[in-house]
Design a binder for this molecule. Structure first.
Ligand SMILES: [Zn+2]
Length: 120
């Protein structure tokens, strides 16, 4: 029979192996030259209120992780980083169902275009 100590060590090793695998899988989908940032724990107390549509994925998972996406305007591959997600969901209480769809450049263009229209 195995001792509790041995068992705990096995569990720890398996957990580390899974974490490494998840990081590798994620890295394969990231743009070349991008270095992944470590996952950041979600603080549910700081999120905008939600309930009508169910629990968002990042909340069920418990942490933010870098999320690759393709810009809907210019098709550029970008990454919505864990830190940017935390800022959106926890600092400015953005909708928990919203996620990044435009690259940095296209967001800026849209913002400037919006301002120009309001100015006229
Ligand atoms: Zn773009």
């Amino acid at each position: 029979m195995k001792s509790g100590k041995q068992r705990r060590r096995e569990i720890k090793t398996a957990r580390q192996r899974r974490a490494t695998k998840a990081q590798q899988a994620l890295a394969e989908h990231l743009p070349l030259g991008f270095s992944p940032t470590p996952p950041i724990a979600v603080n549910p107390a700081l999120l905008a209120s939600y309930n009508s549509y169910g629990e968002p994925l990042f909340l069920a998972r418990g942490w933010y992780q870098d999320q690759p996406f393709r810009c809907v305007d210019c098709d550029k591959d970008e990454v919505w980083t864990a830190a940017q997600q935390r800022w959106w969901y926890e600092a400015v209480q953005g909708s928990v169902y919203a996620h990044a769809v435009r690259c940095r450049a296209c967001r800026l263009i849209r913002r400037l275009a919006g301002r120009a229209q309001h100015a006229v």
